[in-house]
Write a protein of this length. Sequence first.
Length: 309
Amino acid sequence: MDTTTPAPRCVWDLKAQLGEGPVWAAAEQALYFVDIVGSAIHRYVPETGETKSWTAPRPPGFLVPVADGTFMCGLKDGLHGFDPATGQFTAQAVVEPDRPGNRINDGYVDPRGRLWFGTMDDGETTPSGALYSVTRAADGALRIVRHDEGYVVTNGPALSPDGRTLYHNDSQRQSIYAFDVHDDGTLKNRRVFARLAEGYPDGVVVDSAGCLWVGVWGGSRIERFAPDAQRLAPVPVPARNVTKIAFGGPDYRTVFVTTARKGLTPEILAEQPLTGGLFTFHVDVPGQAQACFPAREVRELGREMNTRS
C-alpha cells in the first residue's frame, strides 16, 4: 500500500452542490459522476481536460456503465437507462413506489454483473432506506431484491477483490458494515467493520489490495482501512464534504474525488473555496475496474444464438 500521503489537486472547479458517484468508463477513458441536488450528470476526460454535462429529469443518485456503451442511472423514482450520445433517459424500473419520501443514492456493479444500490430518506430523518441488488433476467427483465433496511442515509456499496465481502455505509450512524456474500447474491452476517469518530462515511470503494477508501462528509478527508479494519493514514482534501472516489486511468492508479457544497455556510466555503470541485491524485496500488451491467440486447443475442445452434 502507499507509504506517502497523496496531495489531491482540483481539475474541475464546477462547484457541484452534491457531487457524487464517480465512475470510470474504460471504453471512453473518461470519468462520469453526478450532482444530485443539481440534477446533472458530468463527464471529465483527463487526457484532454474536456468536460461535458447533461441535465437529468430528476435527481440522479448514481450511474454505472452498461455493456452496450450506455449507462444505468438511479434517479429519484427508479432505474433509468441513460445514453450519453443522445442525452436521453429511458425508464427501466420503479423502485419503492410506496416510499415517496425516499430517493436512490449510491450504486456499484460487481464483477458478476450485479448492480448494488441503496435508498435513503430525502429529508435525512427517517430510517426508511434499504440496500438492494439488481440482476438482468434471461428475458431482459430486471430482478430487484431488497437485502437490508432501516437506514436513514445509505452509501457505498463495494465488494472485496475476492467477491466474498460487501461493504455498505450507514452514514448517519457513522458506521461501515460488512456482509458475507454468497454465490447466489444473498447477504449474511452483517457486522460493523469500522466507525468514524469525526465526520460521516459517504461513498466507499475497495482497491485491488482489499483496502477501503471512504469519503468523509464534513471531514475534509478520505479515510482508508486495511482489510482487517486497521485504520491507515487518511488523505486530506481541501474540501469540507468529500463524497466518494473512483479509480481510473489506463492503469487504475489515478484517483478521482467528488465533493459537495450542500449545507455549508459562506464562511466555510470562503475557507475551502474548491469545495464542490473534482479532485485527482495518483497512487501506487491500483483500484479495481468497474464492471458493466449486462445489456438487454447482449442477453437476447446470446439466447438467439443458442437457439440456432
